[in-house]
Write a protein that binds this ligand. Structure first.
Ligand SMILES: N[C@@H](CCC[C@H](N)C(=O)O)C(=O)O
Length: 292
């Protein structure tokens, strides 16, 4: 199969974007993996697919596959790139777009300065709904938040971490670290991602508080490994930091690929807003092998 694609990035989290507004390509998980492969395919953390409106009041459907080929509920940096893509391709003239994802409707807004602000919806903090299995665990309370012990068996040190669990439509485990540069992301990230207490696996965030309005963040993403930035990870980390009493309502999140601004008023019904860049890198065409 021969297809056209657009390569995009948001704060260094990179994407292959596919247009299915005129019909489905029908790609298999192996073909998504091929596109994401940095040696044999195009290379990307996620594949984003644009589909037509699924119903009244919704402008588009936004489908997300991780580099491992699995379909996932949400992608924040991708949402900004999605909005930039549909505008640049002339698929809409709107500044604010209502987009159906697996996790519900989100609303990206293209701002005058070229960035995109996304209403990411409200965070979910109930562990069972993240989902996180708390059986036999006692949380450590701090502020209005909770940290849960997570034993990393298989670690030489048999380390027990303390994680705040948050869903932004997709699951996140956020731990506080003194310095993201020395955090053992490559070692503990895969163990947290596949920890049995997270039945749908999890994105592992490493959060360094700089001050009440500024943090540094690294994320080992479910299905993609460490990325240069994770938008939902930034939202989840700021929500966790605010609940733990460590952060104010507006936070600049420094990732390895750029800065994201996260705003959250702090109530459980309040939506989280994420603002950041969305950039087209190049357009291309590729043959995807049928037998993968
Ligand atoms: N990079 C994303 C998140 C993509 C999905 C994630 N890896 C998951 O499996 O939930 C973002 O910017 O939010």
């Amino acid at each position: 199969m021969h297809i056209r694609f657009t390569k995009m990035q948001g704060a260094g989290n990179d994407f292959v974007v596919l247009d299915e507004t005129q019909g489905r390509l029908g790609l298999t998980p192996a073909q998504y993996r091929f596109l994401a492969d940095r040696h044999f395919g195009v290379g990307a953390d996620q594949i984003l697919t644009v589909r037509p409106s699924p119903g009244a009041g919704i402008d588009f459907e936004y489908v997300i596959h991780n580099a491992d080929g699995g379909q996932v509920e949400q992608c924040g940096n991708g949402a900004r790139c999605f909005a930039r893509y549909v505008r640049d391709k002339g698929l809409t003239a709107q500044d604010t777009i209502r987009v159906q994802t697996m996790a519900g409707v989100i609303a990206p807004h293209l701002t005058a300065d070229g960035r995109v602000t996304v209403d990411m919806g409200r965070p979910e903090l109930e562990p069972a709904r993240v989902p996180f299995d708390t059986t036999g665990l006692a949380p450590v309370s701090q502020g209005s938040g909770q940290k849960w012990p997570l034993a990393l068996d298989g670690q030489a040190s048999a380390a027990t971490l303390l994680v705040a669990v948050v869903s932004m439509g997709n699951p996140h485990a956020v731990q506080l670290v003194d310095d993201v540069d020395t955090a053992p992301v490559a070692q503990t990230g895969p163990l947290i991602e596949s920890h049995p207490r997270f039945p749908q696996r999890v994105n592992a965030g490493y959060l360094q508080i700089v001050n009440r309005g500024e943090v540094r963040l690294r994320v080992y993403e479910r299905g993609a490994g460490e990325t240069l930035a994770c938008g939902t990870g930034a939202c989840a980390a700021v929500v966790a930091g605010i609940r733990l009493g460590l952060l104010d309502a507006r936070v600049q999140v420094h990732t390895r690929g750029g800065v994201l601004t996260i705003d959250w008023a702090g109530g459980l019904q309040d939506p989280v807003f994420m603002t950041g860049p969305a950039t087209t890198v190049f357009e291309g065409e590729i043959d995807i092998p049928d037998a993968l």
